[in-house]
Design a protein around this ligand. Sequence first.
Ligand SMILES: [Zn+2]
Length: 160
Amino acid sequence: MKLDKELKSKIEYATIGICGRLQMATPLLILDRKEFLQLGTVFRNQCKNKFMAFHISYIKKYKNLGYAIPKANVIFIDVNGINRKQLKLHSKALEKQTGEKRKIKAKELLAQILSHELCHLRYPSLLHGQRFQDVTRAIFKGKSLKYIESIAGTVKRHTI
Ligand SMILES: [Zn+2]
């Protein structure tokens, strides 16, 4: 996927919409890998514990398409990294998880990543697993906050 101005504003718009629905503050969105890696210097100066340096080295090492830092209210999505290879990998993962055999489209994967990362921000203590997937899917499908809270259970909410 090519990150251009139009796509960037679409993602920003979608994020504002979801955050409004989930009653949470809109995070800082970093949609470019280079920009995210450069952010390290900015955050390092602000944070004595160098926690951002850890996140930067993590992204360098694992090349995630998405990443959330609840403490800093930051979401990174590597939009340009959503390519054919990634779509194939995610289509295979979908088949493995649900038995559903179809090709995932770039836009869909992007929306899934956004929902996943926003789930990390909204429920920072919710770990990856079935419940995390259920909440992410509910966010993705535009379900109400009441419904999302009911499946998120008693996990601690992120407050700013
Ligand atoms: Zn995650």
